[in-house]
Ligand binder design. Structure first.
Ligand code: SAH
Length: 250
């Protein structure tokens, strides 16, 4: 018996790994994060599987389902949205499983920020523009350490992907403007890869109003950075004058 923490990907049910899908198919118990995971993912569960939506469950309730699965000798598919390592709240579950002596594995998934980049047809790391991607959020009920204030992160002017914070877009835009400039491009991707996906692009100056007019107030990633201008130096990797481990100069 084993518990698999599975990254379901951002929404499109084809964006789960083969390993993740196989683990779901083989599980007798499935616990999915109903607030965010696309229910179409549940098509991969076995007809005999017992399915639980963790949105209304406490950690103890999740653990007692896992305990029941252990008694039945059944695997558990614990399905999280995107990649479970990003705001997935899996650490506390893994810690509890260690204490219970239950074996587990983590199967990664496509995070919503990479899905958003794909929807935008955008590379997040452009030579000469930014070689760093910051993943962050604003504090909500979960605090964020002061050393990670947006102003501190923004000093780098790196590409920044902001989760869980679309409701605070106006304040984000205001704070980031001081470092990135008001005319810096912003993209907001709502429900990336879902049928309802929406993309809103603008500048730090006008994105707040545009998002407000769109009515988007959840399930969106905000991407800010000069990379969105696509004005960059070409990559050295495919440069004909550049030699590397896999290719000699002609
Ligand atoms: N583990 C997830 C993140 C969970 S936190 C991941 O790797 O993507 C929940 C936040 O993720 C949401 O508030 C939103 O900011 C973002 N999110 C999740 N799915 C999304 C999607 N399909 N499109 C855009 N943002 C998404």
């Amino acid at each position: 018996m084993k518990v698999y923490f599975i990254g379901a990907g951002p929404g499109d049910p084809e964006l789960i790994t083969i390993k993740g899908k196989n683990a779901i198919e083989a599980a007798g118990y499935c616990i999915y994060t109903g607030s965010l995971v696309n229910k179409e993912i549940l098509q991969y569960t076995s007809p005999k599987a017992k399915i639980f939506n963790s949105a209304s469950m406490t950690l103890d309730e999740v653990l007692s389902v896992i305990k029941e699965a252990q008694e039945q000798g059944e695997n558990v598919a614990r399905i999280h949205t995107g990649d479970p390592s990003i705001y997935g709240a899996i650490q506390e579950q893994m810690e509890a499983l260690e204490k219970m002596g239950i074996d587990y594995d983590v199967i990664p998934g496509v995070s919503s920020f990479t899905a958003a980049a794909a929807s935008l047809k955008q590379e997040l790391t452009l030579p000469g523009v930014s070689q760093t991607v910051i993943i962050t959020r604003l504090k909500g009920r979960t605090p964020v350490p002061e050393t990670e204030d947006l102003e501190i992160l923004a000093k780098s002017k790196a590409t920044i992907c902001i989760f869980l914070s679309i409701g605070q877009i106006e304040s984000i835009a205001l704070h980031l403007s001081q470092f990135y400039g008001k005319s810096c491009s912003v993209a907001v991707v709502y429900k990336a890869t879902w049928k309802e996906e929406k993309i809103i692009t603008g500048t730090l100056d006008d994105i707040g109003l545009k998002v407000q007019q769109s009515g988007i107030n959840k399930t969106a990633v905000i991407i800010v950075g000069k990379v969105l201008k696509k004005n960059f130096d070409k990559s050295k990797l495919y440069d004909k004058d550049f030699e590397h481990g896999c290719r000699k100069k002609k």
